[in-house]
Design a protein around this ligand. Structure first.
Ligand code: ASP
Length: 584
């Protein structure tokens, strides 16, 4: 037997026991002939005390020790095993004449960074030696949280009759959505599989097959240009249900989330607030508002136009937010906010402010166009009190909303209003069915082509497709979209009409999605579903921003695995077998 206990296990009750432990040497202290070793494994750290041994043990050596558990003289209240230590002596200590001992199971080079909670290793180095980084507590906690969440998801969904069904990874490329990762087929020269961006069509087919509650914790692949904190392969909790309305789906998955909050964080939620997409855009300028803080938009367009200030006079919309208690912002702080909105990523031309001074006076950057009384009206519209600061952007409505949303979040961070220990879930519903794409000059599906239009908007499909709302919803947590789904089209004619709208010819639709259109002719039940981003969910439950630290072996920001050095070239023989010529 390699070990009798783990390093997180021994307590004061174990005093006197002879135990065998295995683990990694976290630290070694030499106190004049007496050595102390902190022995680490997944479960914790146990202190070993020993006389001088005749070999040198370095950090991260893997050792096995046998010794007696004794009470520590100076206890360490910070670790669960801190009341005891294991004394390892070179003497006969049990009835079988077993000699207590220390065995080096394997040596270790000096690790390239310290394996501590706070490490001195840079991101790239830690990625290269991910197996060492994973030994650190913060990562181990994350991986354990991920495990806990996945177990709870499975337990919960199983308890309400969901079946976990696997769907294929080698499928067919489709032109909709993001770019596919493709896999050449050796047995079918010139042909390619694609890795699924999601199991969308398969889960719908499972509904046609009668498996009316499906889920899968499943890897998805999207070959997108890498934005911060996106992974080319990521994991979804993918779900689909038959014979349900949107309300059934929201309630089912809200209950799942409530359960997860309860069991993993001890937080109780009654019900999640809901907001229509239109309201989210109007009041927060984005479809995933962070409602941990208020700072909603105030439209002051008609209040401020026509006073000779050309920028406002020429603008379609003039929108203000109230930064409470910020009237004392210095010139420098205001300049910083202006610089923020002028960054190319935000793209505003400038920022107008109005200080509601403590003494009841008003000071704005456009004083010469507005009287004190007029400025007061802005303040009243924004519910601002003495001591508040109003910030105003103007221009084309949608653009201004997006810019002000960025400023709102920036201020939320600056004013510490986005506390990661507070959780503010929100359903956003009634998304538009389609969005116009300037580049391709056609409509694209806002969610995906299988999303059903709202029945009451069906008549708009021909006259004003851009205004058709969909039975589509997102689950938002702290300003991050953690899931989205929709009620699907289950009628062949409607699905064909949708493909028309998206610019597919009949032949293209049949070639790409014929299998689904055909299936709809064999008794497709009404159905709908949702997918939750599992990596992001783990990060949010862990109170952190980056999903990378919740994935055991992630890719870096350029989509590379720097540990195994992938992607990589393949040899000529493999290429020939696949009939692929590389012309770089
Ligand atoms: N398949 C969709 C996605 O990956 C989710 C859904 O509609 O269920 O976003």
């Amino acid at each position: 037997m390699y070990r009798t206990h783990t390093n997180g296990e021994l307590r004061i009750e174990d005093i006197g026991k002879v135990v065998t432990l295995c683990g990694w040497v976290q630290a070694k202290r030499d106190l004049g002939g007496m050595y102390f070793i902190d022995l680490r494994d997944r479960y914790g750290i146990t202190q070993l005390a020993m006389g001088d041994f005749d070999f040198s043990i370095g950090r991260e050596y893997v050792i096995q020790v046998t010794g007696k558990v004794v009470e520590r003289v100076s206890k360490n209240k910070n670790i669960p095993t801190g009341d005891i230590e294991v004394v390892v002596e070179n003497q006969v200590i049990d009835k079988d004449n077993h000699v207590s001992s220390l065995t080096i199971l394997n040596k270790s080079k000096t690790p390239p960074f310290t394996i501590e909670n706070e490490t001195d290793g840079g991101e790239e180095l830690r990625m290269q030696y991910r197996y060492l980084d994973l030994r650190r507590n913060p990562l181990r906690n994350n991986i354990e949280l991920r495990h806990r969440l996945s177990i709870e998801v499975r337990k919960y969904l199983d308890s309400i009759n969901f079946l976990e069904i696997e769907t294929p990874y080698l499928i067919k490329s489709t032109p909709e959505g993001a770019r596919d990762f493709v896999v050449p087929s050796r047995m079918n020269p010139g042909q390619f599989y694609a890795l699924p961006q999601s199991p969308q069509t398969f889960k719908q087919l499972l509904m046609v097959s009668g498996y009316d509650r499906y889920y899968q914790i499943v890897r998805c692949f999207r070959d997108e240009d890498l934005r911060a904190d996106r992974q080319p392969e990521f994991t979804q909790i993918d779900c689909e249900m038959a014979f349900v309305t949107q309300e059934d789906i929201l309630q089912t998955f809200e209950a799942l989330m409530v359960h997860l909050f309860q069991v993993t964080k001890g937080i109780d939620f009654d019900s999640f607030p809901r907001m229509s997409y239109a309201d989210a855009m109007l009041n927060y300028g984005c479809d995933k508002p962070d409602i941990r803080f208020n700072m909603q938009f105030n439209y002051i367009t008609e209040l401020v136009k026509g006073k000779g200030f050309a920028i406002f006079d020429d603008a379609e919309s003039i929108i203000a937010i109230n930064a409470e208690n910020c009237a004392s912002y210095t010139r420098k702080q205001l300049d910083e906010l202006t610089d923020f909105v002028k960054r190319p990523q935000v793209g505003a031309k400038g920022l107008i402010y109005l200080r509601c001074n403590e003494d009841g006076t008003y000071k704005s950057s456009v004083d010469k166009f507005y009287t004190e009384d007029e400025l007061k009206k802005w303040a009243t519209r924004c519910n601002a009190k003495a001591g508040d600061l109003i910030l105003v952007l103007s221009g084309e409505t949608a653009t201004t909303q997006a810019q002000l949303s960025a400023l709102r979040l920036h201020l939320g961070n600056q004013l510490a209003l986005r506390n990661p220990d507070i959780y503010a879930p929100l359903w956003v519903y009634d998304f538009p069915l389609l969005e116009w794409n300037e580049e391709s000059g056609r409509f694209h599906a806002m969610h995906h082509p299988f999303t059903s239009p709202k029945t009451e908007d069906l008549t708009l499909l021909d006259s004003n497709p851009g205004n058709v709302r969909a039975n589509a919803y997102d689950l938002v947590l702290n300003g991050t979209e953690i899931g989205g789904g929709s009620i699907r089209i289950h009628d062949r004619a409607v699905q064909s009409r949708m493909f028309d709208l998206l610019g597919f010819t009949k032949e293209e639709a049949q070639a790409q999605f014929g299998f689904l259109l055909n299936a709809f002719e064999y008794g497709a039940p009404p159905h709908g579903g949702i997918a939750l981003g599992f990596d992001r969910l783990c990060a949010l439950f862990g109170g952190q921003e980056t999903i990378r630290d919740f994935i055991a072996f992630p890719k870096n920001n350029s989509g590379r695995d720097v540990m195994i050095d992938a992607p990589a070239t393949i040899d000529k023989k493999q290429l020939d077998e696949l009939n692929i010529k590389v012309t770089l």
